[in-house]
Design a protein. Structure first.
Length: 327
C-alpha cells in the first residue's frame, strides 16, 4: 500500500514538471520559485553590518536634510529668490550601498521646491541671491573698455569661472564679433539698455524702446533669449521695473560695487570684494584696468571663502548646491 502511494506521488510530480517545462501557468509559477540572483547580495552582508550602514546613512541625512526657503520681498533687499530644500532618500541610498559594498556611499537625494518662487513676487528689483546659497556672481556691465575684455576673458578661462555680461545695445551693434567671443567662452549675455540712459528720466515709451531694442538685438546677433535687465548707472524707478517685467525681464542691480570707474587700485578692489563677498552676493564691475588687474585675486579670494562663482541665472535660481558626497 505504501509503495502504491509513493508511486502515485512520484507520478504526480513528474506530470507537473513535464507540464511546467513546456508552457502555461505552471511554468510561470515554477519560474517564480527559482532563486533570484540579486538577492544574494543582500544575503551576503551580515545583519549587524546592515544596521550600522543604515545608521550611518540616517545620521548623514539628519545633518544634510533642509527645508526649502520661500522667495520673499525684503524691506531693504527687495526681491530675494527662494532656495530648494534637500531630502536624502535613505531607503534608496541604503539599497544602492548594499549592492555596491566596496564603493563609497553616495547619498541619493530629492530637491524640494519652495512654495513661493521668484516669479511669484511680481515686478520687484533684485539686489542679491538667497543668503543660504553659497554662490557669488560677477556682473560685468559693458558699454566701453574693449581693450580689457579679452584679458578678462582669459583670466576667467584660467579660473574656470562664468560671469554675466550686461551689454549696452549700441556697443553690441558695433562689436558683434567681440560679443560672440564672450558668448563662445560660455558666459551669460544680458540687457543693459541701448544708449546707456538714466532710465528714471525717460518717458514710458522711450524706456520701453531702450530695453526692447537691445532685447531684439541680443536675439538677432547672438541668438540669446534675454532674461535679465540691468539699468545703466543703477538708475531706475518702479516704472522701469514694470516695463522690463512686461517684456519678460527681471531687473537686476548689485550687492557690492567695485566702483572701478573711479580707477581705484587693484589691491583695494580685491580687499573690498573678498571681505564683503557672502552667499548670494552680486558683484558689479566693468571692463576697466583696475578690475582687469584685480580679477584673478578677487576670484581666488571669493573661492577661499568656500563660495562658488556662477552666472546671474545660476546664483538667482532656486537650484540647491549639492555637497560632493551626494548624487
Amino acid at each position: 500500500m505504501k509503495t502504491e502511494k509513493v508511486a502515485l506521488v512520484v507520478a504526480c510530480v513528474a506530470i507537473v514538471i513535464g507540464i511546467g517545462s513546456t508552457q502555461g501557468p505552471v511554468k510561470d509559477m515554477l519560474a517564480q520559485l527559482k532563486p533570484q540572483d540579486d538577492l544574494a547580495v543582500w544575503m551576503d552582508i551580515p545583519k549587524a553590518a546592515n544596521n550600522d550602514l543604515r545608521l550611518r546613512i540616517e545620521t548623514a541625512a539628519a545633518k544634510l536634510n533642509a527645508p526649502p526657503v520661500d522667495a520673499v520681498v525684503d524691506r531693504v533687499w527687495k526681491a530675494i529668490p527662494g532656495y530648494n530644500g534637500l531630502e536624502i532618500d535613505v531607503e534608496s541610498t541604503y539599497r544602492n550601498a548594499l549592492l555596491a559594498p566596496k564603493e563609497p556611499i553616495k547619498l541619493v537625494y530629492r530637491q524640494i521646491e519652495p512654495k513661493v518662487s521668484l516669479n511669484e513676487l511680481g515686478a520687484e528689483p533684485i539686489y542679491r541671491g538667497n543668503p543660504a546659497k553659497p554662490m557669488v556672481s560677477l556682473i560685468i556691465n559693458v558699454a566701453w573698455g574693449n581693450q580689457y575684455i579679452v584679458p578678462m576673458l582669459d583670466i576667467l578661462d584660467e579660473e574656470n569661472v562664468k560671469v554675466t555680461f550686461f551689454l549696452d545695445g549700441s556697443w553690441l551693434s558695433k562689436n558683434p564679433e567681440l560679443a560672440t567671443e564672450m558668448l563662445k567662452r560660455g558666459h551669460e549675455m544680458e540687457n543693459h539698455a541701448y544708449t546707456h540712459p538714466n532710465m528714471s528720466t525717460l518717458s514710458r515709451a522711450r524706456a520701453t524702446v531702450e530695453i526692447e531694442k537691445t532685447q531684439k538685438l541680443l536675439k538677432e546677433s547672438l541668438g540669446v533669449t534675454n532674461k535679465w535687465f540691468a539699468p545703466p548707472s543703477g538708475d531706475f524707478d518702479q516704472e522701469t521695473v514694470e516695463i522690463a517685467s512686461s517684456l519678460g525681464l527681471k531687473t537686476v542691480l548689485w550687492t557690492v560695487d567695485t566702483v572701478d570707474w573711479r580707477n581705484p587700485s587693484p589691491e583695494s578692489i580685491v580687499a573690498k570684494i573678498t571681505s564683503k563677498a557672502e552667499p548670494g552676493t552680486l558683484v558689479l564691475m566693468h571692463p576697466t584696468a583696475s578690475s582687469s588687474k584685480a580679477l584673478k585675486a578677487m576670484i581666488r579670494g571669493i573661492k577661499a571663502k568656500g563660495l562658488q562663482l556662477g552666472t546671474v541665472s545660476q546664483t538667482l535660481s532656486a537650484e540647491r548646491l549639492i555637497p560632493s558626497d551626494v548624487e
